[in-house]
Design a protein around this ligand. Structure first.
Ligand SMILES: [Fe+2]
Ligand SMILES: [Fe+2]
Length: 171
């Protein structure tokens, strides 16, 4: 049975452990897989760069657990697992020869993932501050947040480019 969550600090730790699992899964499985699926060079570049940042997110979270003097055991996230499942399902239906449609789909997947991470880190950073956690805890969470925001901007930029090239002026 799951550990009961009664206090804000326990909820905060639970959410931190979930984000550790999310970041590990993104770095080790999801981002390398998305990299293999996309075609546009700028998208591949953005995914490779964000994979490196995501490895840093894992390190930052591990440091947060150290500063809090709490065990940092990753807690599986059914939300990310579900997003992965949905991705695999849509991939089966997609015409893989249509590189533009495949890329459009992946930009959407990337944006949804970043939105999820942004919401999580906004909440975590605010909660850490309210709980009076070490200043470095807040800074590390904000560092992750800033990179997620940047990754979302890049996805939005890639979407605008793909839409302009492929949708607004169809062949
Ligand atoms: Fe991340
Ligand atoms: Fe991210």
């Amino acid at each position: 049975m799951a550990t009961p969550i009664e206090e804000p600090r326990q909820l905060f730790l639970h959410q931190l452990r979930t984000m550790l699992w999310v970041e590990l899964t993104l770095a080790e499985e999801v981002l390398p897989e998305l990299y293999d699926h996309v075609h546009a060079v700028d998208l591949k570049w953005a995914l490779e760069r964000h994979r490196g940042e995501t490895e840093q997110h894992v390190e930052n979270l591990r440091r947060v657990f150290e500063l809090l003097e709490e065990p940092g055991d990753p807690e599986p996230s059914p939300a990310l697992a579900g997003m992965k499942k949905e991705h695999d399902q849509v991939m089966k239906a997609l015409d893989l020869e249509r590189h533009d449609v495949v890329d459009l789909f992946h930009v959407d997947v990337i944006a949804r993932t970043e939105h999820m991470e942004i919401a999580a880190y906004e909440g975590l950073a605010r909660t850490a501050q309210a709980l009076g956690a070490d200043e470095d805890v807040v800074l590390l969470l904000r560092e992750n947040l800033g990179q997620e925001e940047h990754a979302l901007e890049q996805a939005e930029h890639a979407l605008a480019k793909l839409l302009a090239e492929k949708v607004e002026s169809p062949r």
